[in-house]
Design a protein around this ligand. Structure first.
Ligand code: AGP
Length: 614
């Protein structure tokens, strides 16, 4: 929900911190701030609004060239987005300063305890309480690291923090529980950040901190201890990601770039995992340690996730039940965890999550594991919490997805789910090598089909001009394309702020048909498949009531010009792959409408890329 960074080394920290926050701004952008340690004193600059507002403050009131600092970009959880609530937050004595990502659930209790001890608070935030708590531990603890360790032990909830003491120069202490924190290892300089995109321009050597761990970072070293204060030999990893991948690459927005990256991200997600000559799906053992014997024992799959990843899970249900012939139940993560779910050791708990840090999804995973389920994460971020807590991981190799509206991760999730369904079907003996080979051959052609669907962008942009002023949209689909109707509606609503609803087409006559009139655009997904005629009936029902019809159909379908206002055609692919292609024009439609409405496409209001709080 927020982005935090820390730097200590040989370069002026302010610029490095602001550049790092720019790469994290998609995680939250209500306010931003940095703090430096200069000559035994704290220098703090904060601003409500976007990062450019903080940059303006820094130009007007330069913070100096200290080589040590921390920074924060905020998605408000406690307290309005304003200067007082912006991070960094200070302790009572001008020594301690801190930035925090997460939610502290017992902050009021701690705040009252500290108030009773004479502490006064300047903000409404839970984060400021942590700064005061660290300060209150400092005298007895003897070091900042020990003070942070003791304070962290008092916290309920989740946190990733960077803390500095003005009297302990050249040192930052980082700690995490339930929110991500990564240390970057440079030459004579070291970094802390919420995710890789803020570290990669400086170094590819990283340490992914685990829950409960505390890192003491100086220009020369990063030392890690556990919650009990015992040293930990944290594993250093080298990241292959290309830092340029986290740039816009000439596109106007990250979202548009990521829509056009889908042929490659689907290709990358398939690469190395399909053997056409053997008719097999192969997952790297270190990623996916579940053997065929484990998969053969599975008698049920739970697909648990949030938002767009939940829509991918709905498609996954069709894939698993069609290919593996076992029941697949789809759940919102926020519902699953509180529902006393039926779980046993023959359930494969599959979480689908782009970020790997979504609090509800991680909590659902932990609940299922506690009840004995096997577990897999379909995730786009190597080293994220989900990939470290699930038994197996199927990475979607999309590279960083920066746009808050998920696009390339979604189609890659569909591919990963398809591969997993094939793998389980083969392990259960319900799919032979020839059938697997046939599916893999079709999947291998998906990148080219997406490429062709992207060619319709000019037509979609024209549609956007025609429909940009609508106040409501209805998206209809059937079967495996019903989740794509939901996804198209979510894309539109989250970046253009137009109310949009996805619905099973067959359900329209049971309520939503009352909405139909000449002001309501209805987007119908009608590929030439087994339910095409049914979709045509629904289109007729809409037309009879004056609705404005946009249909997404396949190149081989008959003309529908006498029934609809606008037609978008996409390549015809096998039914289980059609959703991957059908979603492309809907992503582009949402993008172009939002653009025409002057919305902030990459950082839509009220949203954040990774919802690391409940
Ligand atoms: C998607 O466009 C949204 N930004 C949001 O619904 C997102 O899919 C959801 O928050 C889940 O995120 P995750 O995949 O990182 O878990």
């Amino acid at each position: 929900m927020c982005g935090i960074v820390g730097y200590v080394g040989r370069q002026p920290a302010a610029r490095i911190l602001v550049d790092g926050l720019k790469r994290l701004e998609y995680r939250g952008y209500d306010s931003a701030g940095i703090a430096l340690v200069e000559g035994g004193a704290l220098v703090v600059r904060r601003a409500p609004g976007k990062l450019r507002d903080l940059e303006r403050v820094l130009e007007q009131d330069p913070p100096g060239d200290s080589r040590q600092g921390i920074g924060h970009t905020r998605w408000a959880t406690h307290g309005r987005p304003c200067e007082e609530n912006a991070h960094p937050h200070r302790g009572p004595d001008g020594r301690i300063v801190l930035v925090h990502n997460g939610i502290i659930e017992n902050y009021l209790e701690l705040k009252h305890e500290l108030r009773d001890r004479g502490h006064e608070f300047a903000s409404e935030t839970d984060s400021e309480v942590i700064a005061h708590l660290v300060a209150s531990e400092l005298a007895e603890a003897g070091s900042l690291t020990e003070a942070v360790r003791r304070a962290a032990g008092r916290l309920d909830g989740n946190y990733a923090i960077c803390v500095m003491d003005a009297r302990q120069p050249e040192q930052i202490v980082g700690a995490r529980r339930g929110a991500p924190l990564i240390a970057g290892l440079g030459e004579g300089e070291n970094f802390l950040a919420s995710d890789l995109t803020a570290i990669l321009p400086h170094t590819r050597r990283v340490i992914f901190l685990d829950d409960g761990q505390i890192a003491t970072v100086t220009p020369e070293r990063v030392d890690v201890i556990d919650a009990e204060g015992q040293p930990v030999s944290a594993e250093e990893k080298s990241i292959a990601w290309d830092p340029i991948a986290a740039e816009k690459g000439g596109y106007r927005h990250f979202m548009l770039k990521e829509i056009f990256e889908q042929p490659r991200s689907v290709q990358e997600t398939l690469a190395g995992r399909i053997s056409l000559d053997r008719g097999e799906v192969m997952f790297a053992r270190e990623e996916f340690p579940l053997e065929d014997a484990d998969l053969a024992r599975i008698d049920r799959v739970a697909l648990v996730s949030c938002g767009t990843s939940w829509h991918a899970s709905l498609v996954g249900k069709f894939l698993i039940e069609t290919l593996a012939r076992i029941p697949a139940e789809v759940d919102y993560a926020s519902e699953f965890r509180y529902r006393d779910p039926l779980v046993d050791d023959r359930l494969l708990m599959t979480i689908v999550t782009q970020s790997g840090e979504t609090a509800d999804t991680l909590a659902a995973l932990r609940e299922a594991q506690r009840r004995g389920a096997r577990s897999v994460a379909i995730c786009n971020v190597m080293g994220s919490t989900a990939t470290r807590e699930a038994e197996g991981t199927i990475l979607t190799h999309c590279g960083p997805e920066i746009g808050v509206a998920s696009t390339k991760a979604f189609t890659a999730q569909l591919v990963a789910l398809y591969l997993m369904a094939l793998r389980i079907g083969a392990a259960r003996g319900v799919l032979g090598a020839d059938e697997v080979r046939e599916h893999l051959t079709a999947l291998a052609q998906a990148p080219g089909r997406i490429e062709r669907a992207l060619e319709a962008e000019p037509q979609v942009a024209a549609l956007a001009r025609e429909f940009k002023d609508a106040t409501d949209f209805l998206y209809l689909g059937r079967g495996i394309n019903y989740p794509i109707a939901l996804e198209g509606a979510l894309k539109l609503k989250e970046i253009s702020y137009i109310h949009a609803e996805g619905y099973p087409a067959g359900e329209m006559k049971h309520g939503p048909i009352a909405l139909i009139d000449e002001t309501l655009p209805v987007v119908s997904l009608a590929p030439a498949d087994a339910v095409f005629e049914k979709m045509i009936s629904n289109i007729e029902e809409v037309r009879a009531r004056g609705g404005r019809l946009i249909v997404v159909t396949t190149e081989d379908a008959p003309s529908l010009d006498d029934k609809v206002d606008r037609t978008l055609r996409v390549p015809k692919v096998p039914p289980l792959i059609q959703p991957i292609v059908n979603v492309v024009p809907l992503q582009l439609l949402a993008y172009h409408i939002a653009l025409l409405r002057g919305c902030d496409v990459d950082q839509p209001r009220n949203l954040a890329k990774s919802v690391t709080v409940e």
